[in-house]
Design a binder for this molecule. Structure first.
Ligand SMILES: [Zn+2]
Length: 368
C-alpha cells in the first residue's frame, strides 16, 4: 500500500521533523555509517530541517556520551540539522554527590557551548526514571531547570507514557520485553509524573519545555489545555504514539478546535531513527501530514481507519515548521569545534564501544 507521499508535505514551507534519534552509530544490516544516514529519509520525505534527539542516559547498548558526540558530528556534516544534547550520568542510581565534575548545570553549559540547540530528556520515561532514581521535581534536577529557564534553553522531554503501560493485564509481549510495564511499585505512578511536571512548571513558569507525544494526554486534553493556558512557553509534540491519533480521531470536532486554538504550541515530529526504515519513515510523515492537512480517511496506527481533521493551512505551516524554527532559531547553532574537542576529551572514557571510539577519533581528525 504505497499510496503515501505522492507530494511530500504539499503546501508546507520548509517542513521540519523535530524528533529523530540515532540509535546506533553503524547500521550493521546494511553496512551504513551514521554520518549521512538520515539524508535519504530527509530527501525522500521532502524535509528541509531535522532535529536529532540523542539518548545518552540509561544502561542500554550505545547509551552513553557517544550518542551526543555522533549527533554533534551529524550537525557538522549535514546542513540544516539541529540537535539537542542529552545529560550524562556516571552511575545508576545517581546521587547528586556522584556527579562531581559533571553536575547537571555544568553539563547544560557544556552542551550549549558546543552548539547543541537544546536539551533532550528521556528522564521522565518511567524505566529511565527508575534507573536514575530521582523524581523530576527533586533537588537533583532543580538547578538544571533553573538555568534552562533563565537561558531559555529548549528542552524536549519525554515524561509519562500511555496509561495502559501501568496496567499489567493490558501489557503486550512487546512492551514487556522492552520493560515498558510499570505496574510494580518500584516505578513512579502515572499520576505522580504529572504532579512532578506540574511542580517543575509552577517553580519555573517560563521554562521552554516541549513535552513529547502530546504529554500522553490525548485521553485528557482538558488537562493539557489548562497547562498550555498557564505556562506560556510550554509546547507539546505530535510524535506518535499511535494511540494519540486514535484518540484525536474519536473526537474530531474537539481536537479541530484544540489544534486551531493552540496552533502556536504544537510541534511536528516522527520518532524516526537511524538505522533507517525508510518505508516506515515515509508512512509516518504521510499519516501525520494527512491527518492534519486533509479530510480523507486513511489506514492508520494499529490498523485503525482515521479521518483527517484538515485544520487551516496557516496552522499546519506553524505545526510542521514555523513553531520549532521560532523556538530553536532560523538556523542551527554552529558547532564550536574547540568545545566539542574538549567535551570528547573529558568524557571519552565513558564510551563503551571501542569501534565507536575509533570512529569518533577519525571524525575528530577530519572535522575538528
Ligand atoms: Zn523519541
Amino acid at each position: 500500500m504505497a499510496d503515501y507521499l505522492k507530494i511530500p508535505f504539499n503546501g508546507i514551507k520548509n517542513p521540519f521533523d523535530g524528533h529523530i534519534h540515532i540509535f546506533r552509530w553503524y547500521d550493521t544490516e546494511r553496512n551504513i555509517d551514521f554520518l549521512h544516514g538520515l539524508e535519504e529519509y530527509r530527501k525522500e520525505c521532502g524535509l528541509k530541517y531535522i532535529a536529532l534527539a540523542p539518548l545518552p542516559a540509561g544502561k542500554g547498548r550505545e547509551r552513553d556520551v557517544g550518542n551526543n558526540i555522533i549527533c554533534a558530528f551529524y550537525k557538522l556534516a549535514n546542513k540544516n540539522t539541529y540537535s539537542y544534547g542529552g545529560i550524562l550520568y556516571p552511575t545508576y542510581p545517581v546521587k547528586s554527590e556522584d556527579l562531581a565534575e559533571m553536575t547537571l548545570a555544568r553539563q547544560h553549559d557544556e552542551l550549549m557551548e558546543i552548539g547543541f540547540d537544546g536539551i533532550k530528556m528521556l528522564e521522565g520515561k518511567p524505566n529511565l526514571y527508575r534507573c536514575i532514581g530521582n523524581s523530576l521535581d527533586s533537588d537533583f534536577y532543580e538547578e538544571l531547570f533553573r538555568i534552562a529557564e533563565g537561558n531559555g534553553t529548549y528542552i524536549l522531554m519525554h515524561a509519562s507514557d500511555p496509561s495502559v503501560f501501568w496496567d499489567e493485564a493490558k501489557a503486550t509481549p512487546e512492551n514487556l520485553a522492552k520493560g515498558w510495564c510499570y505496574s510494580d511499585s518500584s516505578y513512579p505512578g502515572y499520576e505522580e509524573i504529572y504532579e512532578q511536571i506540574e511542580n517543575v512548571l509552577s517553580r519555573h513558569p517560563r521554562l521552554n519545555l516541549c513535552l513529547a507525544h502530546f504529554f500522553f494526554l490525548s485521553p485528557n486534553p482538558e488537562k493539557l489545555a489548562k497547562l498550555l493556558d498557564t505556562y506560556p512557553n510550554l509546547t507539546v509534540d505530535i510524535t506518535p504514539g499511535g494511540e494519540m491519533y486514535i484518540d484525536f480521531n474519536a473526537n474530531p470536532k474537539y481536537f479541530y478546535d484544540f489544534f486551531v486554538k493552540y496552533q502556536d504550541r504544537i510541534i511536528f515530529g516522527t520518532d524516526m531513527a537511524f538505522p533507517v526504515n525508510l518505508e516506515a519513515g515515509k508512512w509516518l510523515c504521510d499519516r501525520e501530514y494527512r491527518f492534519f492537512n486533509e479530510s480523507t480517511s486513511l489506514m492508520s496506527f494499529d490498523d485503525n481507519v482515521i479521518t483527517g481533521i484538515k485544520i487551516p493551512s496557516e496552522c499546519n505551516q506553524k505545526i510542521f515548521s514555523d513553531n520549532l524554527l521560532s523556538k530553536l532559531g532560523a538556523k542551527p547553532k554552529e558547532i564550536n569545534k574547540k568545545a566539542l574537542k574538549a567535551y570528547i576529551e573529558k568524557y571519552r572514557h565513558l564510551i563503551q564501544d571501542k569501534k565507536l571510539l575509533a570512529r569518533i577519533d577519525e571524525l575528530s581528525i577530519q572535522y575538528l
